[in-house]
Design a protein around this ligand. Structure first.
Ligand code: ADP
Length: 273
């Protein structure tokens, strides 16, 4: 049976031979249907992990397996069909003159038949609530709408995993909240695995698991509850924010969250966001 997971096995990476290691012996697994948040200070290696998962870079040591297949130059197109990626700045991702063209572009790269493309364009724009903008110019949309189109373009290829690398960083708080809601809905409808890389620790509460990176290593791993309960350790690596303090205090007192479930309880989020 085909394995449904992304696996990093003792991965080490540096951008050039004479440069320091950016990732050091990193191992973790992301299973089907999981929502994993990757956090860590600037330069801790988060984006490098994302690029390695998607075959934009390749490890110098160790290996990465996507659904049991090693990520290497020969397998990279198959990997990208499974692992979609949404970046911080949607403007850098647009290639078409209309929203529709743009969503079609990724599918064209994968050589999908035209009939299927038409169906997928409609389905994916519907999923992100952008159907009525099909013939609009992407550059004229708002930041949040642009990010919805970028997500639709990735969904259209029907990946099993979607990486969002700081995908909400350019949005205002309202825009962020809306995008996160859409992402949650899409994940539930399509049984996707999500990997979110974010500086916004509020977003992390929605994940089922958190990887904390520090200086190129996986420094801590656990449910949002596990991670946010260790406030003092997060402060040690520069991840303290008023939100972390608030959440840690909340976790200490709230009896309703004593289980190991993810923190995606609506009431808790409404209270803390
Ligand atoms: P993060 O996403 O956690 O901010 P990155 O993965 O972007 O971290 O970067 C990890 C380290 O790799 C940093 O020290 C960064 O300066 C370095 N780095 C990132 N991209 C490149 C590159 N293209 N060439 C050389 N060094 C890079």
């Amino acid at each position: 049976m085909e394995q449904s997971q992304i696996e990093f096995r003792n991965v080490s990476f540096r951008y050039q031979e004479n440069m320091p290691w950016v990732l050091k012996n990193v191992s973790f697994t992301i299973d089907a249907d999981e929502w994993v948040a990757i956090i860590g200070h600037n330069g801790s290696g988060k984006s490098t992990i994302a690029k390695l998962m998607n075959g934009l870079l390749f490890p110098e040591e160790g290996e990465i397996l996507v659904n049991g297949k090693k990520v290497e130059p020969e397998t990279v197109w198959g990997v990208r069909k499974q692992v979609g990626m949404v970046f911080q700045n949607p403007d850098n991702q647009f290639v078409g003159t209309t929203v529709r063209d743009d969503v079609a572009f990724g599918m064209e790269n994968h050589g999908m038949p035209r009939e299927l493309m038409i169906e997928r364009i409609q389905q994916s724009l519907e999923a992100v609530k952008m159907s009525e903008y099909e013939r609009h110019e992407p550059h004229r949309l708002s930041g949040g709408q642009k990010q919805r189109v970028a997500i639709a373009s990735v969904l259209a290829v029907s990946p099993k995993y979607i990486i969002l690398d700081e995908a909400t960083a350019m949005l205002d708080p309202k825009g962020r909240k809306e995008i996160m809601r859409t992402i949650r809905e899409v994940q539930e409808q399509r049984n996707l695995s999500l990997i979110t890389i974010t500086h916004d620790l509020k977003e992390v509460t929605q994940a089922s698991r958190v990887l904390v990176m520090n200086q190129g290593e996986v420094w801590m791993e656990g449910t949002p509850r596990d991670v946010f309960s260790k406030k003092d350790q997060l402060i040690e690596i520069g991840l303290d924010t008023p939100f972390v303090s608030k959440l840690a205090d909340h976790l200490r007192t709230a009896s309703m969250h004593l289980s190991r479930e993810p923190l995606n309880h609506q009431e808790l989020l409404e209270e803390l966001w």
